[in-house]
Design a protein around this ligand. Structure first.
Ligand SMILES: *Cc1c(COP(=O)(O)O)cnc(C)c1O
Length: 368
């Protein structure tokens, strides 16, 4: 990994690091796979690629079947649908830029904040809610920015947890990740470090002993991954997860509910069963954010509710994620549960169980 240089916050990467490991040409993907869509489609696909440049890894693409509507292909190949404009879809639907007290830090909730350490990702998910960052030159947080973040964290001691995100923090050379996490964790009020990463899914071979050594220094480090489809769980990703776990990482998973990719009970159940077999706790199932260029992935909110309804009671509790909407305009993540008709009556609390049977939990009874 020594071929990146952390100088002025921009990334200088050369082929020694990426080799022919990354795939960034959609035409080449189609050629290799022997898929030939009509010319109008190709033209629009290239337009989408110009707007939101494609990138994925050999590993991830190798999981795809040779068709445009394959769940892996849909996550990585530019799509003509991304060009459509809708009034309710915007570049920054979570209002992150309005909740940024200093550059690179998003502080929305009282006790925790998100730190964007790099814009770099090895796979640019077409559904990404930070697609807007792809237009900028790739960056890594500068030392100056990090100093400002540290200063803000020191004077805001109610923040007790920092969540490293981006981009993908695990794309940083381990020694830089160590430096950043070291500086943040040195602040007395910071008690917990978490990071969000997709590298163990899309490039599990890059989860190295060197990375594990860094993770070990910050144990317990909470790491949330993003497996979206059962097919993403491979021998290699299992090995990567296990290496991180041995180093003391506590692994969770945040799946984005995506139309045509994973929007069925069967798919989410299978995914969550595989996750708990690996010791990865399904954490969130997200309703897709209202990001410009992702309309074709958005499911009705009722789809997520019905998926969760089909799991509660029927599937091991540890396999059930919290279905959540990350509210527009930065109003926060809110869990959405199926309605069990909870009623507060004189005799107690009434509700239906997972089979629809009425239950009574007696409350406030007078002693006899
Ligand atoms: C998602 C998010 C968090 C973390 O929320 P949890 O519910 O604790 O997982 C924190 N800050 C921001 C700005 C977020 O978007």
């Amino acid at each position: 990994m020594g071929s990146l240089s952390y100088q002025n916050g921009h990334i200088h990467h050369n082929k020694a690091y990426t080799g022919n490991f990354l795939i960034e040409d959609p035409d080449q993907v189609l050629d290799t796979m022997g898929i030939s869509p009509p010319p109008q489609y190709l033209e629009k696909m290239r337009e989408a690629h110009n707007l939101y440049p494609m990138r994925t890894t050999k590993h991830f693409l190798a999981l795809a079947e040779r068709r445009l509507d394959d769940p892996i292909m849909l996550q990585v190949l530019p799509n003509p649908e991304e060009l459509k404009e809708y009034p309710h879809l915007i570049d920054d639907p979570l209002g992150e830029e309005n909740h940024s007290p200093v550059p690179k830090l998003i502080h929305r909730y009282p006790d925790r904040a998100v730190l964007l350490v790099t814009s770099r990702c090895l796979t640019r998910c077409r559904h990404c809610n930070r697609k807007r960052l792809w237009r900028e030159k790739e960056w890594i947080i500068t030392k100056q920015e990090l100093r400002e973040v540290e200063e803000y964290l020191r004077k805001t001691p109610q923040i007790r947890e920092v969540i490293l995100s981006g981009g993908d923090p695990l794309t940083l050379p381990p020694s830089w990740l160590e430096e950043i996490m070291g500086r943040v964790s040195y602040i007395p009020s910071i008690k917990v470090l978490r990071l969000g990463a997709r590298l163990p899914v899309v490039a599990p071979q890059l989860v190295t002993e060197e990375m594990a050594t860094v993770v070990e220094k910050f144990r317990p480090l909470w790491i949330n991954l993003q497996f979206n489809h059962p097919r993403e769980i491979t021998e290699e990703s299992r090995r990567a997860c296990s290496l991180l776990q041995k180093a003391g990482a506590i692994l969770g998973n945040q799946t984005v509910l995506l139309k045509g990719i994973n929007d069925s009970s069967q798919c989410i159940k299978e995914l969550c069963y595989l996750l708990i077999e690996m010791g990865v706790r399904p954490y969130y199932l997200f309703q897709c954010d209202l990001v410009k260029g992702v309309e074709h992935f958005i499911t009705p909110v009722s789809t997520g509710i019905e998926i969760i309804r089909s799991m509660i009671g029927y599937v091991s509790g540890i396999a059930i994620p919290t279905f959540a909407i990350d509210s527009p305009k930065g109003k926060g993540k809110i869990p959405i549960l199926p309605n069990y008709n909870l009623q507060f009556e004189k005799e107690g609390v009434k509700y239906q169980n997972y089979k629809g049977e009425w239950c009574l939990y007696p409350e406030a009874l007078t002693p006899s």
